[in-house]
Design a protein around this ligand. Sequence first.
Ligand SMILES: Cc1cc2nc3c(=O)[nH]c(=O)nc-3n(C[C@H](O)[C@H](O)[C@H](O)COP(=O)(O)O)c2cc1C
Length: 215
Amino acid sequence: MANAEDQAKQEAAARVKDIKSRLAALDDDALDLMFREARTFRAWLDKPVSDDQLKALHDLFILGPTSNNCLPGRVVYVKSPEAKERLKPCLNEGNVPKVMPAPVTAIIAHDLHFFDRLEEFSGKSGERFAKDAELAETTALRNSSLQGAYFMLAARALGMDAGPISGFKNDLVDKEFFAESNLKSNFLCNIGYGDPDTVRPRGTRPSFNSISEIL
Ligand SMILES: Cc1cc2nc3c(=O)[nH]c(=O)nc-3n(C[C@H](O)[C@H](O)[C@H](O)COP(=O)(O)O)c2cc1C
């Protein structure tokens, strides 16, 4: 009889086979929603985002891959008017009207001491990161940036819109929200339902040939 580890492997393989048999790829409408017609929003419809929707968003974005499953990303969902007021002085002036009316502004951050939970997530010791602060910081920033991207795509997949923002003072956010901790802000991400009447024409994207090389 298969031992527990073999059984877990078989179950994992069966799950992959099942989804591949049910769906080969997203259809055109789904690709439009996620990518082709998805836009960055800077103005928001008066439509709330519930805490349950934020939890559903978490359940999707947290599945995105990170190195060694290190999962350094941390998220603070700035939602109440009081919390928004704490964020306001940290913003570049031009971004205040884009952030303050958004139903939720997520602070996408990373834990510089993510290695304390590495054993829990990957079964591996976090010691080599604990001994090398530069390696830990590079790893945390790389992977939290990836997690921020998964976050935006998860929001779109759930029918919401995202408005990422780096025009703010990271040091002020860190002081206000992450004092006495090992958390550092990466970028902000507004979440809600974007006002379609406010989007600008899509910026040019480079062609495959101009940025790619097949070796
Ligand atoms: C990390 C990041 C930071 C951004 N910071 C700002 C910002 O501070 N203010 C702003 O108006 N837009 C900001 N943007 C929005 C980008 O300009 C926008 O996503 C890009 O032009 C693509 O637009 P599109 O998705 O509508 O094609 C940011 C986007 C990203 C991904």
